[in-house]
Design a protein around this ligand. Structure first.
Ligand code: AMP
Length: 253
């Protein structure tokens, strides 16, 4: 039997009472891994670079095998960039290549750089107009209920590419789920971890394009933007991102 394990943590009270988001995590695991994962998630909330959480929510739910979708891992490749400016120029170019309009791509970057503090979730922007379409304010859309299907094979694949650490491990699974959703054109992301400056653009067409630098070292603000087709069914799309259990198959990436 598999379980969905979710953690969200905040400072100054729960998110819904105005607490500042510190960190979150989502996994799909077998029963024997739940305990160790919950302890690791608690530590993460307590020792996060963004600050110490005083609110931590942990949710464990059983996953019915019939409810699981299996989707392929996105292929991974890297762009070159030595400065923040070069990184953002690379992100713009990748977004446009993936089908986002130049105006919407620029709006996506401006939305993240304009944040006063990091959000818990992602903003949905129309890929043509660049207008925000989720209507979910400071919370945004939190993608959940995903993991890789074969952890050993997945780790080996990342090591093969010379990539280590939780950031890329989690981001590639998330981006693969997002890219598998109907109505998604592309995703833009950079981390809110002050010590992690790498970001990416992901799309169903060109896969996960890692960008070595997207912000200055020490900056605690990051974010995610999902660019959507103008005719996308947003309610269905958001339900898929938040609630559909998806396991990502590294064999197919
Ligand atoms: P991270 O890559 O974990 O540092 O996250 C960077 C930003 O992406 C966060 O500040 C959130 O705004 C957003 N984010 C993180 N996790 C998720 C998620 N599961 N779903 C949607 N957005 C997320």
């Amino acid at each position: 039997m598999l379980y969905s394990v979710k953690m969200r943590s905040a400072q100054g009270g729960p998110h819904e009472k105005g607490g500042r988001h510190i960190s979150g995590a989502e996994r799909i695991l077998s029963e024997e891994k739940i305990e160790q994962t919950i302890i690791a998630m608690l530590r993460r909330a307590q020792e996060h670079q963004r600050g110490t959480a005083d609110f931590v929510s942990l949710k464990v739910e059983v996953v019915k095998p019939a409810d699981i979708f299996y989707r392929p891992l996105l292929p991974l490749s890297s762009c070159t960039a030595g400065t923040v400016e070069e990184g953002r120029a690379a992100a713009l170019a990748e977004l446009i290549k993936a089908g986002v309009s130049a105006a919407a791509a620029a709006a996506g970057i401006a939305q993240i750089t304009g944040l006063r503090d990091s959000m818990r979730g992602a903003m949905l922007l129309d890929a043509v107009t660049g207008r925000r379409v989720d209507g979910l304010g400071a919370r945004g859309v939190r993608v959940s209920k995903m993991d890789c299907d074969n952890a050993g094979r997945y780790e080996a694949k990342l090591v093969e590419k010379g990539l280590l650490g939780d950031h890329v491990r989690e981001a590639l699974v998330l981006a693969s789920k997002v890219a598998s959703a109907a109505g998604i054109v592309a995703e833009l992301c950079w981390s809110d971890d002050p010590e992690y400056v790498t970001g990416y653009v992901a799309s169903p067409k060109y896969g996960y394009r890692r960008i070595p630098i997207m912000k200055e070292y020490g900056n605690p603000v990051g974010g995610r933007v999902f660019f959507t087709e103008p005719e996308a069914d947003l309610q269905k799309l958001i339900a898929y991102l938040q609630d559909q259990v998806v396991l990502i198959r590294p064999e197919e990436g």
